[in-house]
Design a protein around this ligand. Structure first.
Ligand code: G3I
Length: 347
């Protein structure tokens, strides 16, 4: 086995920096914010040191792209893609059909015909612009209801209200038609939870993808977001069995938005970072028992930029620490967990 340094020397204490330079068979990436890519040298260095893939945390959502019904604003996405192309990074597209981050004008979509026209036109325009340059799309994001039931498994959205669940097929088929080379992904969360929500989401999601596969709808992979809530135990066997079912259907699996919601974890940083790393380890290992993920992305790379405090501020007022690098871009145990997990699949 070549050590991670590629010198033939087998090193069991590989310095983390070495991992960054020699990508493993499972590429790592992160959601990025556009401005700091260009105006924060330390942020840019962190992304370039560790990532092979980027995805916009924003930029390709309807709220970013569509100021009104008749126009598109590609400014953010173009800057993200320019950065990716300049530095030889892959870029994922997030996301074409979602219930959230929708501009107000979409609430006026009032018929199935209008909804079909808007969704198809949006996908044709956006996917067409980045054809061959964005390698993988979260075509549908979070289609499963928060707590799915037998009668209502699909989350409410303008698309569901006007087109029914067939909006998912329409989005996938339209994307495939515009960019046959793109990897089409449906992305969702909470599959890891050891509770009724986790069990219900796993079942509803499997029902959905089975239906799509039975109709030969183009779908290549599933995005497991991985926003792990540390209040809720990870259902390791449940997650492993779920991923095994996806794998058996010939679907790839990506971890797309990994972070650990730490508001209920202990305050001391070392203790909290260790717990965050352990949750990530449990999560990745449960997936790894069933398949080799085709990528691992975290939803941000540094605690300096994270969505978590929007919804999960700590009662002690301390900043959240959900990501692999701290707010000064220094690696935390979670980054080592990700690198070690990815390396474990190296031949
Ligand atoms: O850019 C505006 C700014 O001009 C304005 O002053 C400010 C005040 O409201 O809002 C800013 O926009 C915010 C945007 O993030 C950029 O920071 C939006 O309000 C805010 O809603 C938006 O939140 C994002 C959220 O998705 C909704 O799009 C989060 O950053 C982003 O991390 C989160 O990501 C989602 C994934 O897309 C799907 N999976 C779950 C994940 C976490 O919620």
């Amino acid at each position: 086995m070549l050590g991670a340094l590629g010198t033939g020397a087998v090193s069991y204490l590989t310095p983390l920096a070495a991992y960054a330079k020699t990508p493993s068979v499972i590429p790592y990436g992160a959601a990025v914010r556009t401005d700091p890519l260009y105006d924060d040298p330390a942020y840019k260095k962190a992304i370039l040191d560790h990532c092979q893939i980027i995805v916009g945390e924003g930029g390709l959502k309807w709220i970013d792209l569509r100021p009104d019904r008749y126009s598109f604003d590609f400014t953010q996405a173009d800057r993200q893609l320019a950065f990716a192309q300049e530095h030889g990074l892959e870029m994922r597209g997030h996301t074409l059909a979602w219930y959230a981050a929708m501009p107000d004008w979409t609430e006026t979509i009032a018929s199935p015909e209008e909804a079909r026209l808007e969704l198809v036109t949006h996908i044709q325009t956006v996917v067409g612009r980045y054809k061959g340059r964005i390698s993988s799309w979260d075509v549908c994001n979070e289609p499963i209801a928060e707590l799915p039931t037998r009668d209502a498994p699909i989350r409410d959205s303008i698309w569901l209200r006007q087109l029914g669940r067939d909006y998912i097929e329409l989005a996938l088929r339209t994307t495939a038609e515009i960019d046959p080379g793109a990897r089409l992904v449906i992305n969702d969360y909470n599959f890891e939870q050891a509770n009724d929500t986790g069990r219900a989401k796993r079942k509803a999601f499997l029902d959905l993808v089975r239906e799509l596969k039975a109709k030969d709808v183009p779908l290549h992979a599933v995005g497991l977001q991985g926003h792990i809530n540390a209040r809720i135990p990870i259902d390791r066997p449940g997650l492993t069995a779920f991923v095994a079912e996806l794998d058996a259907m010939g679907l790839g699996v990506l971890v797309t938005e990994l972070d650990v919601i730490d508001d209920a974890l202990p305050a001391p940083e070392a203790e909290r970072d260790a717990a965050v790393a352990d949750f990530a380890k449990q999560y990745l290992e449960a997936i790894g028992e069933a398949c080799k993920p085709e990528a691992i992305l975290t939803w941000g790379i540094s605690d300096r930029f994270t969505w978590v405090p929007i919804w999960f501020t700590r009662s002690d007022g301390l900043p959240n620490r959900p990501l692999p690098l701290d707010a000064d871009y220094q690696p935390k145990p979670m980054m080592q967990v990700i690198k070690d997990f990815a390396r474990s699949f190296d031949q």
